[in-house]
Design a protein around this ligand. Structure first.
Ligand SMILES: [Zn+2]
Length: 355
């Protein structure tokens, strides 16, 4: 395993950012197994989302053991903390890892959507902003790998994947290996998420080259507070199972996972449930709950102690609660939760995944 340090120039003199990259070289580099797929894993692009960081921490010893035993077939690139800019952003004592404070841009938007998987097509970001330079570099590091996983987490939630429609059901084995609860399928990214930027360059290529051999996903490892040793160990085992299952690592002792039995739904089935009033949220449901149409989801206390000071929110359709907010204060119009409905949402917001 080789460790190297990436440096991203900041937006002012004397400021720069660093993050380590770990590389395991597979057999393919000495020519004995050119067919083995390669993998790229990154975590904490939203810099405060740490379940993936601790999962990678738990995964690394497993990879080092495999390497010591000569079982790594395809190259593996690991970026445990992909966003040193966001990691350093504190605003009045609160960490702000989702948006770049300098540009107000979401760190997981604005990635260049290339026409082909060719790093020569990346825009010149020398005169751009530091977050643009970071995005360009992350894409440069990841493009060309057969498996690309971007590890995030939600507020409070189940473990689930965002997967491009073209990769499903070919990625069902990965979902099963990782043991996630749900898979959300999307088909259009106009905002430039990392995942979108990882799959878009391949969409114009012939299917046998581009799609079904590739594995690209945004992984949502539950909620922001689910940074836990036991979960990290289980998630590391899931990632390892995926790498073995796809032939990146050899491990004959590992049993193959069964088929994926979790929820699979298109993005358009998700009801985001905007809050009708601002106030304190009393939730009546939690992630994983199955609800019927008309079930009480939450009560907003907007005028405490007053008659009519509570407003209830009901399920517009039957489905499963995928996520809810981790904080209990809300403004009118903000989303209360994600309900994966059995059918298309009446207010389906097309476009980018909400990660
Ligand atoms: Zn995220």
């Amino acid at each position: 395993m080789q460790k190297s340090i990436e440096r991203i120039a900041g937006d002012s003199e004397g400021v720069s950012y660093e993050f380590p990259v770990f590389r395991f070289e597979g057999f393919r580099f000495d020519g004995s197994d050119k067919a083995a797929p390669s993998a790229y894993l990154q975590a904490a692009l939203h810099a405060g989302e740490l379940p993936g960081v601790v999962a990678i921490d738990a995964l690394m010893p497993m990879l080092e053991k495999a390497e010591a035993e000569g079982r790594i077939k395809g190259s593996i690139t690991i970026v445990p903390q992909a966003n040193p800019i966001g990691r350093a952003q504190y605003h009045f004592g609160e960490h702000q890892g989702r948006f770049h404070l300098g540009t107000r841009t979401n760190f997981n938007r604005g990635f260049p959507l290339l026409a082909a998987p060719d790093v020569e097509l990346l825009p010149d970001t020398t005169l751009g902003t530091a977050d643009q330079r970071l995005k360009s570099r992350l894409l440069q590091l990841s493009i060309g790998h057969d498996i690309v996983l971007d590890l995030h987490c939600d507020d409070e939630g189940l473990a689930y994947l965002y997967v491009h429609t073209s990769l499903w059901p070919a990625m069902a084995d990965c979902a099963a290996a990782m043991g996630v609860d749900a898979v959300i399928l999307w088909d259009e990214d106009t905002d430039g998420t990392f995942e979108g930027a990882s799959i878009t360059p391949y969409l114009n290529l012939p299917a046998e080259v581009a799609r079904f051999d590739r594995r690209v996903a945004t992984v949502e490892y539950r909620g922001i507070l689910d940074v836990d040793g036991a979960l990290a160990g289980a998630d590391a085992e899931g990632l390892y199972r995926l790498l073995v299952g796809r032939g990146v690592i050899l491990d004959q002792a590992l049993s193959t996972p069964g088929s994926f039995t979790g929820i699979v739904a298109p993005l358009e089935n998700i009801d985001m449930m905007p809050a009708p009033r601002a106030g304190a949220i009393l939730y009546n449901v939690k992630p994983g709950d199955r609800v019927a149409k008309g079930a009480l989801l939450a009560t907003i206390v907007h005028a405490p102690g007053e008659a009519g000071g509570r407003t209830q929110v009901f399920a517009p359709q039957a489905g499963i609660i995928l996520t809810r907010r981790s904080r209990r204060i809300i403004r009118a119009g903000e989303d209360l939760l994600k309900l994966v409905g059995d059918r298309k949402s009446a207010d389906a917001r097309s476009g980018t995944l909400e990660d």
